[in-house]
Structures are given as C-alpha cells and as structure tokens.
Design a binder for this molecule. Structure first.
Ligand code: AMP
Length: 222
C-alpha cells in the first residue's frame, strides 16, 4: 500500500521562509500574525472574549491578522473584533469550506484557495508569527505543523500558544512528557512559546530567537 505524502510535503512548495542557517535567529519586527483557532466558540465565554481582546490589541498595534476566513466560532469573533477596531484582517479559506465555515463577508481581504494545503501555505507565507488560541483538531493540526517546520529548520518564525483560561495546560504537560520520555529535544520544545496574557505572548514573540538547529532536510527534499 502506498501511504499518502505528509501534508507538509505539499506545503513546502509554496512557503518562503528565511534560511535559519544563515541568520540563526528570527529577529524581525512582527507586522502580520497568523491566528489558528476554533471554528466553534467552545463552552466557556472566556475563550471568545479573550480571543476577541487579543485581536483588538493586534488591531490597535497595527498588526495584520491572517486567519482561516470563517465567520463562525472563535474564528469569527477574532475577525469581528479586529475589524471593529479598524484592523486589517486577511482570511484564507479553501473553496470547499466557503459554505461550511461561512466565509466572512466583511474582511479586508478574502483569499479563496483551491485546497486545504494551499490555504495553509498562503497563511504561512503571509505571516511573521503563528499563534494558536483555543480550538479543536483543525487548530491543533495547524500549530503542530508549523511548529514541526521549526524543528526541521525550515523557518525561524516564532510559534506560540495563547493559553486562554488554561485551555492549553494539559497539552503543555504532555509536551513536557514527550521531552522527559526522550521523543522531543528540549530545544525543539522551547520553540513553541506559551503565555497566559496577550502582552506576555507578544513580548515572547519579539524576543524570540530561533535556536541553531541542524537542518534535517533541505526544502527540495520535502
Ligand atoms: P477546529 O479547530 O477543528 O474548529 O478547526 C479550525 C480551523 O482549522 C478550521 O478553519 C478548519 O477548516 C481548519 N482545519 C480543519 N482540519 C484541518 C486540517 N486537516 N488541516 C488544516 N486545517 C484544518
């Protein structure tokens, strides 16, 4: 049986990252942040409220938001909040999800892609940093993929969790266990920053220096 190629193999064709071997770090001013978050609101009001607050802060600081383009759940809440504050919000959604996730009609820009892979590649291309807010498996898949690209040495952009209402506490404990059990190097673990507050996360992003990592593969090999 032939197994399908991992999704990042397709993603690699489109992403343009700086070469961490040359720079060693990602000292960059963050002008555009990619937000991964739930297409559902979750069942605690803090999830939507604090996600919206994060989006308003980004808008006030002139930081563009790139996200999945939906008008529902936490996704819709961050878009509405940033737009109401005069922010710039770019949605990237595959044609197949335009109806199911109810593509947001009022964004600064809506990019409709032919596939999910193209969606993720465009979102990565357009962003200087990546953050996961509370969400489900789509959110987790997206942040894990971009984090694993850091581990592979394919980009040096910061990735993080905004740990609203402790939502990611148990995931962080589990990731620490993967280090303790010898499946993840602590250097790679540290590439996923986490903060409980918006200011804490943005400060961690600005201060982020990608560690020197041995490049496991070249772009052409993915
Ligand atoms: P969720 O966190 O499951 O509510 O999904 C959040 C976003 O992730 C939605 O826009 C989904 O379309 C998207 N998503 C779901 N599955 C995937 C996947 N396999 N790869 C990338 N994005 C996904």
């Amino acid at each position: 049986m032939t197994l399908p190629r991992p999704s990042f193999g397709i993603l690699s064709a489109r992403i343009t990252f700086e070469d961490p071997e040359e720079s060693g770090k990602s000292i960059m001013s963050i002008r555009s942040i990619c937000i991964y978050c739930g297409s559902r609101p979750g069942n605690r009001p803090e999830y939507v409220e604090q996600a919206a607050q994060f989006a308003r802060v980004l808008a006030r600081r002139g930081i563009r938001i790139v996200y999945g383009g939906a008008s529902v759940g936490v996704m819709g809440a961050i878009a509405d909040a940033a737009l109401s504050e005069g922010g710039t919000v770019v949605g990237v959604i595959p044609q197949s999800l335009v109806d199911r996730e109810v593509a947001h009609a009022g964004l600064s820009q809506l990019i409709v892609t032919a596939s999910m892979h193209e969606r993720k590649a465009r979102m990565a291309d357009l962003s200087d940093a990546f953050v996961a807010l509370p969400g489900g498996i789509g959110t987790l898949e997206e942040i894990f993929e971009i984090w694993t690209w850091s581990q592979l040495g394919l980009h040096a952009k910061p990735c993080g969790l905004l740990n609203i209402a402790g939502y990611y506490d148990s995931l962080q404990r589990f990731m620490d266990e993967t280090v303790a059990n010898g499946f993840l190097h602590h250097k790679h673990r540290a590439m996923l920053v986490s903060a409980d507050s918006v200011d804490g996360l943005l400060e961690a992003f600005e201060a982020y220096e990608a560690p020197e990592v041995m490049k496991w593969i070249e772009r052409e090999e993915t």
